[in-house]
Structure formats: structure tokens, C-alpha cells
Design a binder for this molecule. Structure first.
Ligand SMILES: *Cc1c(COP(=O)(O)O)cnc(C)c1O
Length: 411
């Protein structure tokens, strides 16, 4: 008999996206003529940049002859890509990050979950609420929590509520924590961290010996030049933080798969005997043991996002999504809704009208306007009463969805 990992039984059954899918299908079946527009899912809609396609096609060609064929590569990523990342994403912005501190992977979702492999089980773990559900669920799976209550909060985690009341900037934890997850620009709220906010977190981390897990999946959507793209832009960032980045949202790689995690050699944790150990060594060991590298073809595609042709092409797609975000923001604000985000992030976070619960507003929007969004409560207890609209869509869909908000939704 094989025993199971009982921690999986603690996970809330009605996970957000399956429940959205269930209600969507039920409505579509009952209303076959309704043309439903999906503004809920955080997935890109536009094709890869031409420079990325050309680079991948060339790499496919290399696979066709013995002289240029590639087998296993370095698990940590090809040197050309690690060097391009260190140079273009970090050194060009004044960050002291070297190529050998960059670990190329198949996704930030995987990395933000896998990072728990190198952390002990006695850490006090904090996260902002609402947040990308992967941080919570992977901690539940790893046995770092107790059971959940009816609001979906797990015993043992420290939740830092981020709401309109605190301007979506959480207070520092009132108790000492060992690990804090930060995600900026934030999914789902669209909030960003200023230099002052990040400096405050770094000071907290130094004073309390806290590890910051910094998810910057949406850094490319930052339009305000004063907002840092990386936590390493701040003094001391490289002593306390591991940063996760992905080509998924920045370059449309959600189906192509390529990401990276930066583990500076200066970030350390404590061993059971009290000695300090650098996380770089542990992550390198984990990565080379449990992962066998991203496809060479895909890494060539990722490299092309930094080329003279690729860079403006990638930026044009981001600009396109951000124009969608501006259209959504403007329309919803004109309707008198309270809207947040959508300026430095592809998500618009709105306060539901008339204090509706998130799921009540979901059902109302679906039945009246035939538009699907994402209930804020699915991202955490503090997301109750909010709702996320994604800017990842065709222009025609965005315009039609906004038209229906205007003409069909009874606010
Ligand atoms: C989409 C997203 C990611 C990226 O995940 P991949 O596995 O690289 O596609 C990471 N973090 C957040 C918050 C996201 O929304």
C-alpha cells in the first residue's frame, strides 16, 4: 500500500478556474445563442513576435544536421541566454546580477512552487492577500499549513491584506516572518511597488533575516519610469531576494514555455546547525537534479526578445494590451465603478458595485452582459468584493465587452 501526501486533501476543492469554467458552461448550455466574451483568464492572445519565430525556425534547422544538432544542454540554461538576461534585464538597469546567478526554466509557476524544495518546513511564511494562488497552494501541498477556514485562509500562513483601504500596499507583518512572497506588478490587483515600498521590505528583510520571494512576471507592463522593474534595483536587494521572471506575459510564451529565476550568491539561509548556507548552491543542486533544461529551440526564441528587431516587436504587443487596459479602465470609471490597476499591469481590479460578493457580480455580469471575469475572492479572502478584468484580449472583444458593460449591465 502506498500512503498519499495527505496535505493534498487540505486543498480547497472548488478551485477558482474550474468553478469559472463550470458556471460558464452551464450558462452557455442554457443560453446557446449568447456570444460570451471571456475577460477572465490571465492568458495572452497575440502571436509571438516575428523575430522570435525566425530565431526558433533557424534553431529547428540546426537540429536537422549532425554538425549543429543539440542534445542535452546545461540544466541551468544556455550561456547565450543567461548572459543576455544578465545584460539586458539587469546590468542595463544598474543591477549587480551575473549570468551564473540566472537559472532558465520552463515556467515561473513551476519555479515559485519548486522553490519550497530548498526551504525548511519550520518557516513562518507570509503572503499578500489577494495573490496568485500558486504560492498558497504549493505551501499547502508541502505541508507548511494547517487546514483552511470557510474564507479559504489556511492556518499557519500570515496573510497581509491588500485592499483599497491601504491603497493596495500591505503593512509590514506585525510578527516576524521567515519568508515573504511579493508579486509586483501584482496579479490580481495590478498594484505596483514604488522604490520606497521595496526599500521598506528590504530593510524589514535585513532586520528580521527574512527571505523575499519576488515574482516580477509582469515587470514589462510597467509604464511609469519611477517604478522599479526588479527588486535588485534597490540597494541590498541582492542580499535578501530571489526573483522570478517569465517570458509568458512579457513575450507571449504561455504556450512556448520559458522563464528564469535569479538566485544571487549573496542570499543565504540558516541550516539546522546554525550555519549560513547560500541558496544559490541549493537551487543549483535542485535544478540540475530534477530538471533537464529548456528546449534549445525555445531558448533561441527567448534570446530573440532582446535583439534589435525583437525588442520593439515585443514592446508593441505589450503596448497593445495596455491600450486594451486603458479602454477598460476608462469605460468602467465612466460607469461610476471604482477601478484600480490597469496602468502598470494588464489587470483591472474593480470594486463590485452595491457591495456585491465577488461571485454575485460574476453571475450578474455573465447573465446580463454575457461577459466572464474573475471573482476577486478566488485570489484570497481579502479579494472578496473585488473583481478582475484581464486586458489580454483582441481589440474587438474588448470593445464589445465594454459596449455590453455600458448597455446591458444594470448597475
Ligand atoms: C502568469 C504568471 C506567472 C508565469 O507563469 P509561467 O509558468 O511562467 O507561465 C508567474 N507569476 C504570476 C503572478 C503570473 O500571473
Amino acid at each position: 500500500m502506498a500512503y498519499i501526501n495527505d496535505n493534498y486533501l487540505k486543498l480547497k476543492a472548488g478551485y477558482l478556474f474550474p468553478e469559472i469554467g463550470r458556471r460558464y458552461r452551464a450558462f452557455a448550455a442554457a443560453n446557446p445563442s449568447a456570444k460570451i466574451i471571456r475577460c477572465g483568464i490571465g492568458d495572452v492572445t497575440e502571436p509571438l513576435a516575428p523575430a522570435v519565430i525566425t530565431a526558433m525556425q533557424k534553431a529547428v534547422g540546426e537540429m536537422a544536421s549532425r554538425e549543429t544538432f543539440k542534445g542535452y544542454g546545461d540544466e541551468q540554461g544556455c550561456d547565450f541566454l543567461r548572459e543576455a538576461i544578465a545584460k539586458h534585464d539587469y546590468q542595463s538597469r544598474g543591477c549587480d546580477i551575473a549570468a551564473d546567478e540566472v537559472f532558465v526554466s520552463d515556467g515561473s509557476k513551476c519555479d515559485t512552487g519548486n522553490i519550497l524544495d530548498i526551504l525548511g518546513h519550520n518557516n513562518v511564511i507570509a503572503m499578500t492577500d489577494p495573490v496568485y494562488p500558486v504560492y498558497v497552494d504549493t505551501n499547502v501541498m508541502a505541508g507548511n499549513t494547517g487546514a483552511s477556514n470557510d474564507k479559504g485562509e489556511y492556518a499557519g500562513l500570515v496573510y497581509l491584506p491588500t485592499t483599497a483601504e491601504n491603497n493596495f500596499t500591505p503593512e509590514l507583518p506585525t510578527r516576524r516572518v521567515d519568508v515573504i512572497y511579493l508579486c509586483y506588478p501584482n496579479n490580481p490587483t495590478g498594484a505596483v511597488a514604488t522604490r520606497e515600498t521595496l526599500a521598506k521590505w528590504i530593510a524589514y528583510a535585513k532586520a528580521n533575516d527574512t527571505l523575499i520571494l519576488y515574482d516580477a512576471a509582469y515587470y514589462a507592463y510597467i509604464t511609469d519610469p519611477a517604478i522599479p522593474h526588479s527588486i535588485y534595483e534597490l540597494p541590498g536587494g541582492r542580499d535578501v531576494a530571489i526573483e522570478f521572471r517569465s517570458y509568458s506575459k512579457t513575450a507571449g510564451f504561455t504556450g512556448t514555455r520559458c522563464a528564469y529565476t535569479v538566485v544571487p550568491k549573496s542570499v543565504t539561509g540558516k541550516a539546522a546547525d546554525g550555519s549560513r548556507v547560500d541558496f544559490h548552491r541549493l537551487w543549483n543542486r535542485r535544478h540540475t537534479t530534477k530538471f533537464n533544461g529548456v528546449a534549445y529551440i525555445v531558448q533561441r526564441g527567448a534570446e530573440a526578445t532582446y535583439s534589435a528587431e525583437g525588442k520593439p516587436q515585443v514592446k508593441a504587443t505589450i503596448d497593445f494590451y495596455m491600450q486594451n487596459a486603458a479602454i477598460i479602465r476608462k469605460t468602467l470609471a465612466e460607469l461610476g465603478l471604482k477601478v484600480y490597476g490597469g496602468v502598470n499591469a494588464p489587470y483591472i481590479w474593480l470594486k463590485t458595485p452595491n457591495n456585491l460578493k465577488s461571485w454575485e457580480f460574476f453571475d450578474k455580469l455573465l447573465s446580463e452582459a454575457h461577459v466572464v471575469g474573475t471573482p476577486g475572492s478566488g485570489f484570497g479572502a481579502a479579494g472578496e468584493g473585488y473583481f478582475r478584468i484581464s486586458a489580454f484580449n483582441s481589440r474587438a472583444n474588448v470593445e464589445e465587452a465594454m459596449n455590453r458593460f455600458r448597455t446591458r449591465l444594470k448597475i
